[in-house]
Design a protein around this ligand. Structure first.
Ligand code: NAP
Length: 257
């Protein structure tokens, strides 16, 4: 039987290790038959990302620090050479300095603010511009990862909340730009999951326990659940959805208390 995403290609930004939400997305897409390119941000991660990518037949692995425009250019030149076209982009990248993810938000430095916004929000726009030509006529889909700290105050999330607000607004503007070309842009607002990045937020373990106790489903979500929503947003079943932020958080976002 033909798989849902057979003959489709995608690029996944943001795999650091097997706990990464990007890896959850990649597994769901690959299991549905999509051929994937993976990127890694620095030499430190090269071998671990290459090892994980070995589990995905036909995949390629490319370096990309999104603060270096020439590396983003090279990613899409390589994808053009290897795949010829592109159907899906998964953007699962965020960064803020550890000292900006604790204490009062008003202490945020200008440098720290700019860096968090550049890596976590602007990068989606920089990537979109380069990916679009490869997605022409293919009903492509962009999926990015956000958090409820974009909408509400989450202690210690601080500048990352501002970055996620900018990211979700970017999703709406990009969706409006790309809609006439048949390309969709959406975000998944995931509940907290223990990953490398998440461990940078002060008191993350207390937060994740609190949320598990207060969600309608009385639990946290998994990277696999996020991955399956990414599969939905990448595939034909979501063809009428663009510019949206979909919560995958066991219902936490509906609670007032
Ligand atoms: P993760 O495994 O640590 O992934 C974050 C990725 O971003 C890493 O691969 C990291 O690479 C990459 N990155 C950082 N700076 C970069 C740069 N300059 N250029 C390219 N890549 C860069 O953590 P994650 O939790 O899965 O995060 C993925 C996305 O999900 C993020 O947008 C995060 O905000 C979002 N999210 C996470 C949660 C959660 O609770 N975990 C909840 C909601 C949303 P390096 O390790 O090399 O820096």
């Amino acid at each position: 039987m033909e798989q849902l995403l057979e003959g489709k290609t995608g690029v996944v930004f943001g795999v650091a290790n097997k706990r990464s939400l990007a890896w959850g997305c990649a597994r769901s897409l690959a299991n549905a038959g999509m051929r994937l390119a993976f990127t890694y941000a620095g030499e430190r991660l090269e071998s671990s990302v290459k090892k994980l990518a070995e589990e995905v037949p036909g995949s390629i692995v490319l370096p990309c620090d999104v603060t270096k425009p020439e590396e983003i250019d090279t990613v899409f030149e390589s994808i053009k050479d290897e795949f010829g076209f592109l159907d899906t982009v998964v953007h699962a990248i965020a960064f803020a300095r550890r000292e900006e993810l604790q204490g009062d938000f008003y202490h945020t430095s200008k440098d720290g603010y700019m860096l968090a916004l550049e890596v976590s929000a602007y990068s989606l726009t920089a990537i979109t511009r380069r990916a679009m030509p490869l997605m022409e006529g293919r009903e492509g889909s962009f999926v990015t990862l956000s958090y409820i700290g974009a909408d509400r105050v989450i202690p210690n999330y601080n500048v990352m909340g501002i970055a996620k607000s900018a990211l979700e607004a970017s999703v709406r503007y990009l969706a409006a730009d790309l809609g006439p070309r048949g390309i969709r842009v959406n975000a998944i607002s995931a509940g907290p999951i223990r990953t490398l990045s998440a461990s940078g937020v002060k008191d993350f373990n207390d937060m994740i326990d609190h949320i598990a106790a207060h969600t309608p489903m009385r639990r946290n979500v998994t990277a696999e659940e996020v991955g399956d929503t990414c599969l939905f947003l990448a595939g034909p079943h979501s063809r009428g959805i663009t510019g949206s932020t979909i919560f995958v958080d066991a219902g936490f976002h509906i609670m007032g208390l």
